[in-house]
Design a binder for this molecule. Structure first.
Ligand SMILES: Nc1ncnc2c1ncn2[C@@H]1O[C@H](COP(=O)(O)OP(=O)(O)OP(=O)(O)O)[C@@H](O)[C@H]1O
Length: 341
């Protein structure tokens, strides 16, 4: 599917997002390249602290202070053919405000991040529609009711008047999805939206997202630490570690042929016993280091069982295509080094 004149929807190049701290510069995202094609689902996976959320926040320019974009580009190729570098926009300016919610919407683990407890849910969905889609209140109400029905909320007219606390967790997620999709965005960023839900409701919400994607045609950037969820929903997976993408492939290829030692350990951490809850990714022993005054070496070196002394501890591997549209950042597969500025 083509998106206007450009085949890509989002094109991230060399993104660096840093936080100024008392101890120095924390490099949360340190050179991420990522493409999202229209209508596809791109998964981002990695343990807590790998930079998944900060990547998403960078796209929408909602990185909290003292965070800032230190370098790189985030090209959004819009439906009208115009391209805009989100990294260059004023985070408080009118351009990014017009893009948030309209071109790019985001859903979170906790629906109350985007829902207000003091307003009926119908009014909240309507507000987004009035802001981005139509000034006509009657039409906005119709769209809001239609969206509630599409996310399979029964009796939308009654629910319209209810407050978030009157709904179950799964229902609140559906309302947040309705709100996010009410302006027909070309990209939906989903940051762990099903993590807090029980397994059955989680499966229903994933099913709903897939169904809505077929209907609305939006691309989805799905952030999670749950490999089972990624297998379920993503076309392509990006494995992140310490602010960088360390492996990228189609979901099928990644699960069949994981190459990076980190990815292989993540895959081993899924229990094989049916019916048991999936473990979190912290099943890989050790922790993600804090990217503060980090030495020039592979980020995974300290936890890697296959590290090459004198190689992985003194230089950073580049992300290299090793065939089958499969990229990996590891000296076990390529000698190529990352040329860090
Ligand atoms: N507001 C902030 N101030 C300072 N450092 C931050 C801030 N937000 C994130 N970081 C740091 O940036 C790095 C990346 O964090 P990020 O939240 O993107 O990780 P993540 O992979 O999304 O993890 P999680 O699954 O826990 O959200 C971490 O080292 C984290 O401590």
């Amino acid at each position: 599917m083509m998106n206007g004149t450009h085949p890509k929807l989002l094109e991230i190049r060399g993104l660096r997002t840093y936080f100024k701290t008392d101890e120095g510069i924390l490099k949360a995202v340190d050179g991420v390249d990522l493409d999202i094609m229209p209508g596809t689902t791109v998964g981002i996976i990695g343990e807590s602290g790998c930079g998944k959320s900060v990547t998403a926040q960078s796209i929408l320019r909602i990185v909290p202070p003292p965070g800032f974009i230190a370098g790189g580009h985030i090209w959004l190729h819009r439906k009208d053919g115009a391209s805009v570098d989100l990294a260059q926009l004023d985070p408080k300016g009118p351009e990014i405000r017009a893009i948030r919610g309209a071109d790019i919407a985001m859903i979170f683990q906790e629906p109350m991040t985007s829902l207000s407890p003091v307003h009926p849910i119908g009014d909240q969905i309507m507000e987004a529609i009035l802001l981005h889609r139509t000034p006509d209140k009657r039409e906005a109400r119709e769209i809001a009711l239609d969206m509630l029905a599409r996310v399979e909320i029964s009796n939308p007219v009654q629910r319209f008047k209810e407050y978030p606390h009157q709904l179950s967790g799964g229902m609140r997620q559906r309302v947040m999805i309705a709100m996010a999709l009410s302006c027909n965005p070309s990209l939906l960023i989903a940051d762990e939206p099903t993590t807090a839900l029980d397994v059955t409701v989680q499966a229903q919400v994933l099913e709903l997202l897939k169904q809505l994607q077929d209907e609305f045609g939006m691309a989805i950037m799905y952030i999670t630490h749950d490999l089972g969820v990624i297998a379920e929903i993503a076309d392509q997976v990006n494995v992140m570690y310490l602010g960088r993408v360390v492996e990228r492939a189609s979901t099928r290829e990644l699960f069949r042929n994981p190459l990076h030692p980190y990815t292989r350990r993540l895959l081993q951490s899924i229990p094989r016993i049916q019916g048991q809850p999936r473990t979190r990714l912290d099943a890989v022993e050790g922790n993600v280091p804090i990217p503060l005054n980090f030495p020039r070496q592979c980020g995974f070196y300290s936890r890697c069982r296959e590290a090459l002394q004198g190689r992985c501890d003194v230089s950073i591997p580049a992300l290299v295509n090793v065939g089958h549209d499969h990229e990996v950042r590891c000296f076990l597969y390529s000698e190529e080094e990352e040329l860090v500025p």
